[in-house]
Design a protein around this ligand. Structure first.
Ligand SMILES: NC(=O)c1ccc[n+]([C@@H]2O[C@H](COP(=O)([O-])OP(=O)(O)OC[C@H]3O[C@@H](n4cnc5c(N)ncnc54)[C@H](OP(=O)(O)O)[C@@H]3O)[C@@H](O)[C@H]2O)c1
Length: 307
């Protein structure tokens, strides 16, 4: 997935000899506003448009040029960054707008499929296209020490040409010419995050009715999760090698044998195991399919998810 990615640190500033490049930003919601502030603070001439015009007024006061329509905003600059709610709003806002010769950077969260379709749509209109997946929340934007970055994929030429401007609000990671790859990376990381949140919810539910102080319990939980992140690299190595027995520490047979303990504990504590049972079921299915899988890690679950 990341074979040809390149990264730039956040907060890059233009070299002393070049003036900050102008750009257009469509969308001044929570994320768009943070982006606008970062570019304005770095001295980039910025043209903004927002569907609700009142939201653009504070940015005019900070030096932005406000455009009355998406067409006027797009006409103002070659580089056009889009940060609207969803892909549907991008289609609505840019319907009928002349995109010939424009460089569209679409930061709307979407699927790989919507990104690829939007890239084809832009190409049909004579524009270059770069898709972005923002790995940050608004307060992290323009704050390099908070570690914000954006996955980019699509036109490499566009990315290289505007790299310095794009690196102002957040670091950049270019992950390939396939416009869908930024969304793929973005959603893969966020999906893993939700799996972790599910485990955290279950753990807090287990201790909730007891005299366990959740605030005292929290550092135990977070340090345990941190210690377990080493398994990510192990899984990756096993997938790459096609051998799920390589470097196994706790094998599948042992872990499946432990499942009833987790389910009984949940029952004793009056907690639903619904967040964990789908994962346990896949572990058991892998073992039932072939007893030799008992010597593997949990990596075989990946294959079961792919059908
Ligand atoms: N906020 C985050 O933590 C975060 C993190 C990563 C990625 N993102 C992504 O960044 C994008 C923007 O998020 P946000 O937090 O800025 O959302 P937001 O605060 O809800 O703002 C949404 C923006 O989209 C505009 N909009 C909605 N529907 C529209 C339509 N049909 N036509 C034209 N404009 C329309 C809104 O205009 P009005 O002002 O007129 O309503 C507003 O500018 C989303 O794709 C989101 O997934 C957000």
């Amino acid at each position: 997935m990341t074979t040809n990615d390149t990264a730039t640190r956040p907060g890059s500033t233009p070299s002393a000899t070049t003036a900050p490049a102008p750009l257009t930003l469509l969308g001044l919601g929570a994320m768009g506003a943070a982006l606008a502030d970062a570019w304005l603070s770095a001295g980039h001439p910025l043209t903004v448009w927002n569907r609700t015009a009142a939201r653009a007024e504070p940015f005019a006061a900070k030096g932005a040029i406000t455009a009355a329509t998406p067409a006027a905003a797009v006409a103002a600059n070659r580089l056009v960054v889009v940060c609207l709610l969803d892909d549907e709003s991008v289609g609505e806002a840019l319907a009928g707008v002349d995109l010939t010769g424009k460089d569209i950077v679409d930061l709307v969260t979407g699927t790989p499929g919507t990104a690829r379709a939007r890239a084809a749509w832009a190409a049909d209109r004579g524009a270059r296209y770069l898709d972005g997946g923002i790995m940050a929340v608004p307060p992290m934007i323009g704050v390099p020490q908070a570690g914000p970055y954006v996955f980019y994929s699509g036109s490499r030429e566009l990315f290289e040409e505007h790299r310095e401007v794009l690196a102002v609000p957040a670091g950049t990671r270019y992950v390939g010419e396939d416009a869908g790859f930024a969304a793929l990376h973005d959603v893969a990381l966020l999906s893993a995050m939700y799996g972790m949140f599910a485990g955290v919810a279950h753990a807090f539910a287990l201790v909730r009715e007891e005299s366990v102080d959740p605030v005292a319990f929290a550092p135990l939980l977070s340090s345990w999760l941190t210690a377990m992140t080493g398994s990510v690299a192990t899984t990756a190595r096993q997938l790459a090698a096609g051998d799920y027995t390589e470097g196994v520490v706790s094998d599948l047979a042992m872990q499946v044998a432990g499942v009833p303990t987790f389910l009984r504990t949940a029952e004793e504590q009056g907690v639903s195991a619904e967040l964990l049972t789908p994962y346990f079921d896949l572990m058991k299915r892998r073992l039932v399919a072939d007893a030799r899988h008992g010597a593997e890690d949990l990596t075989g679950v990946v294959d079961l998810l792919r059908g």
